[in-house]
Design a binder for this molecule. Sequence first.
Ligand code: PMP
Length: 456
Amino acid sequence: EYQDMSPKRMMEIRKLNCNPMTMKVTYYRSPVFIHQGHMQWLWDTEGRRYLDLFAGVATVSVGHCNPKVTAAAAAQMKKLWHTTNIYVFPALQEYCEKLASRLPDPLKVVYLTNSGSEANDLAMLMARLHTGNHDIITFRGSYHGGSPHTMALTSNSAYKYPIATGGCVNTMCPDVFRGPWGGSHCRDSPIQTTRTCDCLQGQCMANDQYISQLKETFATSLPSQIAGFFAEPIQGMGGAVQYPKDYLKQAYKMVRERGGVCVSDEVQTGFGRTGSHFWGFQGHEVMPDIVTMAKGIATGFPMGALVTTAEIAASFARGAHFNTFGGNPLACTIGSSVLDVIQEDSLQQNSHDVGTYLLTGLAKLRDKHEIVGDVRGKGLQIGVEMVEDKVSRTPLSPAAMSDIFEDTKDMGVLIGKGGVYGQNFRVQPPLCITKDDADYFLAVFDRAIQNYVDRR
Ligand code: PMP
């Protein structure tokens, strides 16, 4: 009965028995009723096929129901589903060793959780215990979690609740398109901004300005010592926001001088998504003290992780940390299989190749349409910043965003939305998409933008 439930019945139950938020976030004017998925494709209850370029919010990394991962999971399900890590079973050790081998030294100690919020919660606690300090800095516009603690890291009013959340300060995001400084060549992307750049030969003026903002945050909003600095290598929810190339390097140094540790939130950028590197932080040539991850880690199965140094793990070992489901045999098996598939199917390379192809195609649409302000990102972590016009850079209105979004969906492509004002279209598909898929999307997206422009 439930397998073949009608859309009408699903909405009735959703209204009565589900978290009321689920009524708000059906995403489209008329909801998409998903029935089945395979790799980069989704089918609705009527059998209509969609190219899924949002992958359950950048999560389904190696494709929906990837046959290799599904087979590994099914085999494990027949053997052992659950016992916590108070007993020893092979899947956990195999996974921790494999994951640690994907990270540079000295990041070698793995903690397994069930979500990104849990991983960041743990990182906050660890940073505070290790340093003996309390205060944490994150960027405005960031998303690091929805639990009461991580909500303080998150800097987007839509996800905040009015509860006491002390000890976190949000500093200016060094956004080279929408921020006050920056332009061409400030960031690491095959696509440059349309803003002209004030940078002198060999010196990024925008970087200096944003770093001076961070200095001011230290001087005005924090005690002299801090616990940590959390940053995504490319901001996901913010709409693939990129920073000047040297920013993180200098910020890490300043944080460490003040006694803090540096946390790279790789929930969206990890596992090859940025194409050039397996982890986003490697693109900034920095070495974090703690790395947090989730989403793509298990292509949609609930799982998260934190990896840190032996030294920080030793400080944390003062207390007893326990997590019933973290590191369960099924999650470890799926996580392990995802790592294998990324390697066997060269998905990081594919992310780089198809991502660069998509970015190049999108840049042509930016040059063609006045309302496409910026195209940015790396690999398959892509944002398209929509504006009223290229001179004012005023965020495109929610109604216009919605028109283009709906039209794109009606032509068979699902994308995401982001940015503090909802002004950004996000393209973060499964890493297995092809250039043909990219061409299909580019044609559909061009048409949807043109349809809106013709109507307005
Ligand atoms: N960090 C980042 C960068 C995220 O995008 C998210 C989720 N959108 C989280 C942390 C929180 O992850 P979860 O929803 O699994 O708790």
